[in-house]
Design a protein around this ligand. Sequence first.
Ligand code: PLP
Length: 395
Amino acid sequence: MLAQRTRLFEMSGTAAARAAAKAADAGKEIVDLTAGEIWSELAPAIREGAIDAINKGVNRYTDTIGMMELREALARMVSIETGQRWRADEIAVTSGAKQALFNVVMTLINPGDQVIIPAPYWASFPAQVQIAGGTPVHLDTRGNGYVPRIDDIERVITPLTRAIVVNTPGNPSGAVYDAATLAAIARLAIERKLWIIFDECYGSFTYNGHEHHPIVSLVPEVRAWTVIVNAFSKSLALTGWRIGYLAAPKELISAVKALQSHTTSNPNVVAQHAVLRHLDEGDGAFEAGLRGQLTTARQTGLTVLSGLQRVQVPKAQGGFYFYLDLSSLLRPTPGDSHAKTADDIVAALLREAGVAGVSGNAFGDPMGLRLSYGIPPEQLKAGLGRLVGVLNAWD
Ligand code: PLP
């Protein structure tokens, strides 16, 4: 009855896990570690910018890919971040990073094109590629700290390869790509004429000496082959406000503008005004506070997780996720279709400990478990403590 296309995707695993946690919450108190967002107040300039916009009666469409003042402010911000000059016609404002990514695959991918997606991956990357008629090519990074080896990337390139997704810091793994790896990916992309879909949504959050590098700042010539995707969803804890953007060669931005003119038109005007105010007047204190909050939460969480007896404590280099490798508990046996996976552990955690996490199956990794630490510290401590008990007793 429905279009064949609907077989290409299902509800995102993270949304499903969130729903399961909510449903279980009806009976008892669940510690929900599924969230892809940060528990926080609004940034003051965001609040003021939005209230002013409403008081001024702002209500009309803006330019399809965002108000020119906002695109100019974003161009200035990206210029500072990358150490290069960017102009407003190289920027498009979107309804969150998710729309930015969707615009990218719809404007870059031809039917049959292959897109390399390092696994574990954020589930919308492959789903969107498939909706665009492309083929996701997964590259297992589990043996290399969740960062692809250059040799492995080269091995999966074919004449049909059109793009590679680089998500650093990565969701779900929290891995931060080092500068040498990024530079090598950039050179490979130039040589093999591949687009880099550079998702840096978690770029504001790195820890313990790890640094986020915009790929174009390492190899400036790769800019012609790079689409930078970002949003304020994570960096300003604004997931519900739906403001993202992409920075890319202007031909691509023009195509995105035409596409977006037939889908959503402009992102919400009040949210655009709020972000513009923050970019103009924010002094960085809010971002520093958020980073401080997450740094403390990460440390609190790692201290509790250091009680794990059979599972390695995660590196958690960036973002706000702990990503556990459960293979020591699950002892995977190749070819055994009844073997347990992270789904079983997630179900047991919910049942026995009242703790909700996201199974790695949602990210193409049946051995993984993602736990968000963007929640209040007492809940985090209690939830992880109970989780450690269940995992240590796992049989
Ligand atoms: N990219 C990655 C890697 C994400 O984890 C997410 C959200 O979780 C997004 C993009 C989408 O972000 P937004 O809420 O801005 O659409």
